[in-house]
Write a protein that binds this ligand. Sequence first.
Ligand SMILES: Cc1cc2nc3c(=O)[nH]c(=O)nc-3n(C[C@H](O)[C@H](O)[C@H](O)COP(=O)(O)OP(=O)(O)OC[C@H]3O[C@@H](n4cnc5c(N)ncnc54)[C@H](O)[C@@H]3O)c2cc1C
Length: 151
Amino acid sequence: MQSYLKRSSSDLSNLFKYNANIRLVKGAYHENEDHAYQRKFDIDNSYFEMVKIFLQNKNIGQNQIFAIATHDCNLIEKSINLYSLSDLKKEHLHFQFLKGIREKLKMDLLDRGFIVEEYIPYGENWLPYSLRRIRERKSNILLLMRSLISS
Ligand SMILES: Cc1cc2nc3c(=O)[nH]c(=O)nc-3n(C[C@H](O)[C@H](O)[C@H](O)COP(=O)(O)OP(=O)(O)OC[C@H]3O[C@@H](n4cnc5c(N)ncnc54)[C@H](O)[C@@H]3O)c2cc1C
């Protein structure tokens, strides 16, 4: 789910009726302002509101997973603080990152007992995927070059 979409929080509440597993991202594409928040402040607020909805949900399924997929240290720490006030087991809350980013934080979260996952793109459509990531953030070109060299 993408926190920049204005409808996402209400969709999230509905999806919990089905014990859906969720990956929460901010959103990578350019969306119309009728449907999507444009300012980082609003996108981050919406992100944290959605984390709250999950952590305050009293009917979490036995195997249900909510994945916080962001590189935003502030949002991650705020989410952990809120999590520590809940009765939730760590198995329900995963932290996901793109490969090659926030390596130190990944190790730190592992040391604190959290589940950490890396998103590793592969396959034939690597070029359009990589171009999208580079358009999103120029520094991703370094990640692409590193993976081309290592392969
Ligand atoms: C596991 C995973 C799956 C994703 N799947 C989707 C998807 O299905 N659909 C979709 O629309 N989007 C997806 N995204 C991308 C997401 O929507 C954001 O565009 C992207 O994660 C950047 O936003 P951020 O949450 O890291 O926060 P930002 O506010 O953009 O960044 C927070 C901090 O992290 C740093 N940072 C962010 N990205 C990078 C980077 N690439 N390299 C170095 N530093 C960085 C920034 O400099 C900033 O300090 C996914 C992201 C992840 C981690």
